[in-house]
Ligand binder design. Structure first.
Ligand code: HAM
Length: 429
C-alpha cells in the first residue's frame, strides 16, 4: 500500500495549537481595535461565482491567481481571492434597506495561487475594514487611522512601520499630460506596480517600449521627486490637494508616520482615488502589511446606484511576521489554567468533583487520566505549558485542602476550593 504524505497542500498551513494560539491572539486584538471605531462584523461563503472577479479585480488575479473550478451544475466557481467584490455584492443586494454610512469588517480566509514565499501563501486570513457612503476624505482618514491604531494596539511604535499613500488621480493626470491611450495607461500602471520586482534597466526599457523613450524619460524624471511632481501638477491640482489634506488630517489624528509615494499603484482595477499600503520598516520583512484605498465605482458592476467606499485588507501572515520581528507576540499558554493530578486512581472521583466545582466558576480545568505516575503527570502539565497543577492524595480527599503549584515560579500553596477559584480568576484576569 502506498503511504499518503502527511504534508499539507503547498502554500497552506496546518495550525497546531501553538500556531492557533498566535492566530487567535491576532484575531482577538484586531476585532477589539476595529470595534472601538464602531465597525460590525459580516461574513460570506468561501465560494463565489467566478464572474464576480472578472469585471474589476484585474487580469493578474483572475487569470493567474484564482482557484476556479466547474461544479456539477456546470457553473464556474472561484474560491474567493479577496473580500472586496463580496462586500460590494452584499451591499448592492440590500442597498435600499441598509443605512449609510455603513462600517463593516470581516476576517475571511482567502485563496490565491501565488508562489509561496515569506509573507505570501496560497491561503491567508485577511482583516477587511470598509466604510461605505462617505465621499469626503474624513472616511479615508478614518480607515487609515484604524490601520495605524491596530498596530499601535499590538504595542508597535510609529518608527516600526510606515503608511505610504498615493492618489490614483495623480497618475491619471500625468497620463493625460502625456496623452497616453487607454492601453498604454493600463500597461504603464501594471509596470509601475511591479517596479520593485525588476531592475531599473528592465523597468526603463519596458516603460520605453510602452510609451516611447522620450515620454518614458520625462515621466521617470517627474516621478523621481515628490517636489518636482507636485510642482508639475500645480498647487491647485485637486488630486495633489487631496493628498496634502489627507496627510494634514492624519497628523491631526496622531498618525504621523505617513509618506506620499507617487509610484504606489495597488494591483486592483477598482480603486478610484486614494490608495495606501502599510510597510514594516524592518528590512527583514519587506512585504506590505495592509493594502487599501478608495473604490467609488465598484457597485456599477451590479447595475446598482453608486456608493462611495474606502477600506483596506490586512493579512495574518505578514502581521505575524511583523509581530515576531519586533518581539510583540505573547508567550504561548495552554487554554487549561490548571491540571489536576492524583497519587492513585482512588482519588479520581475527588479530582473530577473538584474540577466540576472550579469549572462552575468558569475556570478551565483538565484532569489527568493518563494512568502515569504523579511525577510524569506533572511533567505532562509542564510540557503543555499549563500554568498550575493540583495534586490530590488521600489527605487532600479528607481535608478538602489542596496543594496548588505554580509551574513557572515553583511556588506552592495549600488552599480550599474557593481560594483556588480566587487565585486562578486573578491570574487569568
Ligand atoms: P491586497 O493588497 O491584495 O488587497 O491584500 C491586502 C493584504 O493582504 C496585503 O497587504 C497582505 O498583508 C495580505 N495578503 C495579500 N495576499 C496575500 C497572500 N497571498 N498571502 C498572505 N498575505 C496576503 C486586497 O485584497 C483588497 N481587497 C483590500 C481592500 C479592502 N481594499 C479595499 N477594501
Amino acid at each position: 500500500m502506498t503511504k499518503i504524505s502527511t504534508e499539507s497542500y503547498k502554500g497552506v498551513r496546518d495550525f497546531y495549537p501553538e500556531d492557533k494560539f498566535v492566530q487567535n491572539y491576532i484575531f482577538k486584538k484586531i476585532r477589539q481595535s476595529v470595534e472601538l471605531f464602531g465597525y460590525v462584523e459580516y461574513d460570506a461563503s468561501i465560494l463565489e461565482s467566478a464572474e464576480l472577479y472578472k469585471a474589476k479585480s484585474g487580469e493578474e488575479i483572475v487569470n493567474e491567481q484564482t482557484y476556479t473550478f466547474t461544479d456539477r451544475g456546470d457553473r464556474e466557481v472561484t474560491l474567493r481571492p479577496e473580500m472586496t467584490p463580496t462586500i460590494a455584492r452584499m451591499i448592492a443586494a440590500r442597498q435600499k434597506e441598509l443605512v449609510f454610512p455603513l462600517r463593516w469588517y470581516s476576517v475571511p480566509n482567502l485563496f490565491r495561487y501565488e508562489k509561496p514565499q515569506r509573507g505570501r501563501l496560497r491561503e491567508h486570513w485577511q482583516l477587511n475594514v470598509d466604510l461605505f457612503g462617505v465621499e469626503s476624505n474624513e472616511a479615508d482618514t478614518e480607515v487609515i487611522s484604524i490601520a495605524h491604531k491596530i498596530l499601535r494596539d499590538f504595542g508597535a511604535t510609529e518608527d516600526m512601520f510606515v503608511v505610504k499613500i498615493n492618489n490614483r488621480k495623480i497618475i491619471d493626470a500625468l497620463y493625460e499630460h502625456f496623452a497616453l491611450t487607454e492601453d498604454e495607461r493600463y500597461r504603464t500602471s501594471k509596470l509601475i506596480d511591479k517596479k520593485n520586482k525588476v531592475t531599473q534597466e528592465v523597468y526603463t526599457q519596458a516603460l520605453g517600449e510602452i510609451i516611447g523613450e522620450d515620454k518614458a524619460t520625462e515621466l521617470e524624471r517627474i516621478l523621481s521627486s515628490n517636489e518636482r511632481l507636485l510642482a508639475h501638477l500645480g498647487l491647485d491640482n485637486a488630486a495633489a490637494k487631496e493628498i496634502v489634506d489627507l496627510i494634514e488630517l492624519l497628523s491631526q489624528r496622531g498618525v504621523t508616520n505617513v509618506e506620499f509615494s507617487p509610484t504606489l499603484m495597488r494591483g486592483f482595477d477598482y480603486y478610484t482615488g486614494i490608495v495606501f499600503e502599510v510597510f514594516d520598516t524592518h528590512p527583514d520583512n519587506r512585504r506590505s502589511l495592509f493594502g487599501g484605498g478608495r473604490y467609488n465605482d465598484l457597485l456599477d458592476i451590479f447595475g446598482a446606484q453608486k456608493i462611495p467606499a474606502v477600506g483596506f485588507g490586512m493579512g495574518d501572515v505578514s502581521v505575524k511576521d511583523f509581530l515576531e520581528t519586533h518581539s510583540l507576540l505573547p508567550a504561548y499558554t495552554h487554554s487549561a489554567q490548571v491540571h489536576i493530578c492524583t497519587l492513585t486512581t482512588l482519588q479520581r472521583p475527588s479530582a473530577f468533583s473538584l474540577a466540576d466545582t472550579l469549572r462552575a466558576d468558569g475556570l478551565n480545568v483538565s484532569v489527568d487520566i493518563s494512568g502515569k505516575k504523579v511525577g510524569d503527570q506533572l511533567k505532562l502539565a509542564s510540557k503543555q505549558h499549563i500554568p498550575f497543577v493540583i495534586i490530590i492524595g488521600e489527605d487532600e480527599v479528607k481535608s478538602q485542602i489542596y496543594s496548588i503549584k505554580n509551574l513557572d515560579t515553583g511556588e506552592e500553596q495549600k488552599l480550599k476550593a474557593e481560594e483556588i477559584i480566587q487565585l486562578l480568576s486573578k491570574s487569568h484576569a
